[in-house]
Write a protein that binds this ligand. Structure first.
Ligand code: NAP
Length: 250
């Protein structure tokens, strides 16, 4: 198996895209530390080769201590998937400082803490992959979701810069930028849009489907397949870039 006994860390690995990525890595033989704030959710989904760790990515000390414990148990992190994130859309005049800070602290600070702490062990090894789950909103404007788009643009800029910092070393840094993926985030947004716009949940879901250019929700497994490819030895020259999975959105 391609990733036999490699230690992978997947934040937000208990649900949605993170869970699909964790399963794909474990199926290739990796030992996968899956993290999230809710230990019960992680314990419920953990299968062979998946190891739950409760950790809030917005809390620097929890990330440092959590990753230290995972490294002590399973060795250096050689695959780091910074996936945990939240999505909440509000127009500018309704974006208060609390929402702005919450989105930045989870989506951007969380990604930074996760990668910095994982790199402490990865850089002692001869191979590593760092993958951040950004969004198509990290590459273009997202109407009504300025804070989210800013956080995801930040992730893309950070990954391009880290790729520059480590050029010539055996580690790659790439972002995956999905459109609307069929996960709990979309379910929660469906409820919020239905409430705000006074439409049914089916109509609200359809509004999101229409935003993907191919007019389908993307499956988490499609995103996981891209993450797995980035861990393939034949992707080693793919560095500092973005993989768009957005149904043709440009
Ligand atoms: P999801 O199922 O809600 O996944 C988010 C995960 O992040 C959850 O497992 C959650 O676990 C974890 N998380 C949230 N806040 C956290 C925190 N402070 N500390 C630690 N973990 C935290 O939705 P998803 O769609 O799979 O989202 C995964 C990533 O994909 C996100 O970064 C999202 O922005 C991105 N994305 C999603 C879509 C989409 O349409 N679904 C599109 C583009 C990008 P806990 O709640 O237990 O902490």
């Amino acid at each position: 198996m391609m990733l036999n006994d490699k230690h992978a860390l997947v934040t937000g690995g208990g649900t949605g895209i993170g869970l699909a990525i964790a399963r794909a890595l474990a199926a290739e033989g990796a030992q996968v530390t899956i993290t999230g704030r809710r230990l019960s959710v992680l314990e419920e989904v953990a299968e062979n080769g998946m190891h739950p760790l409760a950790m809030d990515v917005a809390d620097e000390a929890q990330v440092r201590d959590g990753i230290d414990a995972a490294v002590a148990a399973r060795g250096p992190v050689q695959i780091c998937v910074a996936n945990a994130g939240i999505a909440e859309g509000r127009k500018l005049h309704k974006t208060d400082t609390e929402l702005w800070r919450r989105i930045m602290s989870i989506n951007l600070d969380g990604c930074f803490f996760t990668i910095r702490e994982s790199l402490r062990s990865m850089t002692g090894t001869d191979w590593g992959r760092v993958i951040a789950v950004s969004s198509i909103a990290g590459l273009r404007g997202a109407p009504g979701a300025g804070a989210y788009a800013a956080s995801k643009h930040g992730v893309v800029g950070m990954m391009r810069s880290f790729a520059e910092d480590f050029l010539g070393q055996p580690y790659t840094f790439n972002s995956i930028c999905p459109g609307y993926v069929d996960t709990p985030i979309v379910t929660r947004n469906t409820d919020a849009i239905a409430d705000r716009a006074g439409v049914s949940k089916d109509e609200a879901r359809d509004m999101m489907v229409q935003m993907n250019r191919h007019q389908k929700l993307i499956s988490p497994e499609e995103v996981a397949a891209a993450a797995l490819w980035l861990c393939n030895p034949l992707s080693e020259s793919t560095n500092g870039t973005e993989v768009r999975i957005a149904g043709g959105q440009v």
